[in-house]
Structure formats: C-alpha cells, structure tokens
Design a protein around this ligand. Structure first.
Ligand SMILES: [Zn+2]
Length: 289
C-alpha cells in the first residue's frame, strides 16, 4: 500500500518536473528564435507555465483512459503466469456465434471467459446457462455496452449492477470480473468495481476479429504470432455493437481451432481466468489493442 502510494507520488513528481523542464527549454528555444526584447523574462516564465499546464493536461487525459504507474487493480497481463494464457470473448451471448465457439472450445478442452452484455443475456438466457454448464466463466461487460467515461455516475452504477443481477440469475453465480466496453474505464468505474468486489480485467492481445477486413487467416496469424505467456487474449462472440466494425464473427469461429492448436504448439497452456488470476499482480502496461 505504502509502496504503491510512493510509486504513484514519484511518478507524478517525475511527470510534473519533467514537463516543467521540457516546457522551459521549448520556451527558451522560441525566445531565441524570435527575439522578444523587453519582456523576455516574462515570456520565458509564462511560456513555461502555459506549456507545462498543456503537457500535464495531456498526461492526465491519458491517465484516465490508459493509466500509468502502478495500477494493480487493473489486469491486462500477468508475466508471472509463466506459459499460461487466457481466452476472453466480449459482447455476447449471440445465437449465431456463441454456440459454435462453445463447440470448438469443448472439442479442444479449453475453458474461457465470456464478458457478456446484460441486454444480450436477457435475450439468450439459455446460452448463458450453456456457457456456465460447459465450465466457462462469465464476466460483466455492462448492460447496454455503454461508453463508460461519457456515462453519468447513476447510469454507470445501474449498468454494472443490473448486469451482475442478470448474470447471477441465469448462471447462478456472482461475476467476479468486469470489463469496460472498448477498454475505456475511469476512476468511478474503478471505485464501483472495488465496492462490488469485482476486478477490472482488460487484455494484452487483441485478435482484431472486429476489423471489417478480418479473415480466419489474419486473426489466426496475428494471435499466434503475438501471444506469449501471461497474455489475456480478446475475441468477440457477437457482431459489432459499436458500429464501424464488422457484423460477422465467422472469422472468430473459424480461427478458434487453428489458434488453439497453434498456441499449444508454441508450448502455451490456455487456462481459465480463475486459475490465471491466482498469479501475483504486477505493474500493468498499456493495452495493445
Ligand atoms: Zn465490447
């Protein structure tokens, strides 16, 4: 706890002093290029202040969306997990693709985690039940696939709690994991997750299966090439809920078998999130997709 606070404090200090120093030299350079005879001193210091304020604003913006420093409450990957990796599927359940994916996972003996959308679960409760019956885990991906940072606090809390109840009702167990749509979270979501006893789980490898030009081969190649031990892999078992991406998940279904075989050939073991989370947390990095 103290070490975490110290690391955060040191990170902030480095960022603040770093941006002041950088801004000072940029301003000096501008003053050198454009001679400002009388007000040089004033120009130098006001320029430094304005520039560092802009830099810090930029940094705090990226802090909200990606995070820097020790955010041990947000899981993206776990290098301590050795050769173990995790499969996660977002946005379902869907009638078209989830049962087909479940079939491949059963054939290959792989346990995965499905981050489901509450409204989708209410449409297909029998698929939620099937997911759990076949040994997979279910996580919360909000009720209506909302954009977290844009949502007012009461709506955000309702979206998460309602989905927890839906999952509890259909699967019989309380979801331990929470994943914000598109990986966009903020401090409020972190606090709600803590309050509800849930962990924020992001990913370190995106299969890019949502891409309009994704093919079974491109998805397979990308995942096998990029994945190493400790990674959490993101797939989608439902068509685009965001707009922009492809509505078909045919590539995901067809790539599943080859990806499992390819990762195993690399010596990787695909485990459940529950097992994976047993490894100690460490300082997180930016998600790669
Ligand atoms: Zn999503």
């Amino acid at each position: 706890m103290l070490i975490g606070l110290f690391t955060k404090g040191m990170t902030m200090l480095i960022f603040v002093s770093g941006s002041v120093v950088i801004s000072y030299f940029i301003t000096r350079f501008i003053a050198y290029l454009v001679p400002v005879p009388v007000i040089t001193e004033i120009f130098l210091w006001s320029g430094t202040i304005v520039l560092s304020a802009l830099l810090l604003m930029g940094v705090s913006y990226s802090y909200v969306y990606h995070g820097f420093g020790a955010q041990t409450d947000i899981v993206r990957r776990r290098p301590s997990a050795g050769n173990k990796v995790v499969f996660t599927f977002d946005d379902g359940p869907s009638k078209e693709y989830t049962p087909e994916i479940l079939k491949v996972l059963a054939e290959k003996g792989v346990r995965a985690t499905f981050f489901i959308v509450g409204i989708q679960a209410e449409k297909h409760p029998e698929i939620v039940k099937k997911i759990v019956d076949e040994g997979h885990e279910v996580g919360n991906h909000t009720y209506g696939h909302i954009t977290v940072p844009n949502s007012p606090a009461p709506r955000l809390a309702a979206q998460i709690m309602r989905t927890n109840l839906v999952i509890l009702q259909y699967s019989g167990s309380y979801p331990l994991y929470l994943r914000p749509p598109r990986g966009l979270y903020d401090m409020r979501m972190r606090r709600i997750a803590k309050l509800l006893g849930q962990e924020l789980v992001l990913w370190s490898i995106s299969s890019q299966d949502w891409h309009p030009r994704a093919t079974p081969t491109s998805v397979t190649r990308r995942v096998i090439e990029k994945t190493s031990g400790g990674d959490i892999i993101l797939f989608h078992d439902s068509g685009s809920l965001l707009g922009g991406g492809s509505a078909s998940r045919r590539s995901t279904v067809e790539a599943m078998g080859p990806i499992i075989d390819g990762l195993r050939a690399k010596g990787l073991e695909i485990v459940s999130l529950e097992e994976f989370m047993g490894y100690p947390a460490e300082i997180t990095r930016r998600a790669s997709g």
